[in-house]
Design a protein around this ligand. Sequence first.
Ligand code: SF4
Length: 354
Amino acid sequence: MPWRKTKDAYAIWVSEVILQQTRVAQGLDYYYRFLQAFPTIQSLADAPLDDVMRVWQGLGYYTRARNMHAAAKQVMSEHGGKIPDTYEKLRSLRGVGDYTASAIGAFAFNIPRPAVDGNVYRIWSRIFGVFTPIDTPNGQKELYQISFEQLDKQRSALFNQAIMDFGGTLCMPKNPLCGDCPVSDVCYAFRNNAIALLPAKSKKIKVTNRYFAYLMIRHKGDTFIRQRDGKDIWHSLYEFPLIETGGSTSLKSLEKTQEWKEMFGNVKPTVLHISPRLKHVLSHQHLYTQFYIIEVKTIPYFLSTNFIKVKADSMGEYPTSRLIDSYMAAEPVEKYFLRHEAGSGQNKRSRRKD
Ligand code: SF4
């Protein structure tokens, strides 16, 4: 991997942040794209947040991108543009937790600390037979202690890399390749037929179902979007007017909601198309979403004061969630939504299909 062939702390940081919650194959593409757009910490700090979000679009967990952007500014203002070379100072950067600080520290500066994440918990809990749940402070403390004891302090970068590779190629979460494993003879889980039991977890992830109705409101060649804020998913990304309901709903019941009435006021909307219900899966949430393509002859007051008007074919210039991005790339949006552009003989929207 390119990030293992460099000692550039910035490139290592970018790779570590991208690879959290992301498969290496997908992360590689984003890694190149990100460094091409922001080749130095200064260029990242100087870039508008929207530009950063656009490059990050499709990768998910958008807080990571916002934090990196804020941390880059912090490096410029507090560390003279140089990524700090101690664990404590790395840890003080926005969004840099114990794992990332340890990983940057080990790979860029050979700081003798183990970079401990879920993969590492899995490996050591299996080898040492640790049944304390890894989602509890006690379990994490116990496994961190083991990781620290096992770490080759002289070759921190090499050792951390070896453990990561071991978790990715042999001791995977499901179907680990114990037959090829060089430590199977000392591995507790292998010797005691406990692979399915380790790592132990105390609770299952609670998944919430949410129901979204996106209103893609067309007025001539324009549509309306706004930037998400608040403490929720997709912070800072752009989206169409959204009505969230307590369960799956029909157009009739949607029209009776307060949000719909507030949105359209006295203006009579014409619903041109309703998408099938789409299921979008996030780590803790399942989003059941329908897109309503709606036409209005005059712009309702609420829409004009709470949303920004954009050309329908310029949506690609705004960072949006993968849900909106993939829906916009599909039919029948082109047919209904961009009908006004049909006469111009061109459709300028070109979107990534990530
Ligand atoms: S023997 Fe199997 S479970 Fe144990 S460390 Fe090796 S790959 Fe993992």
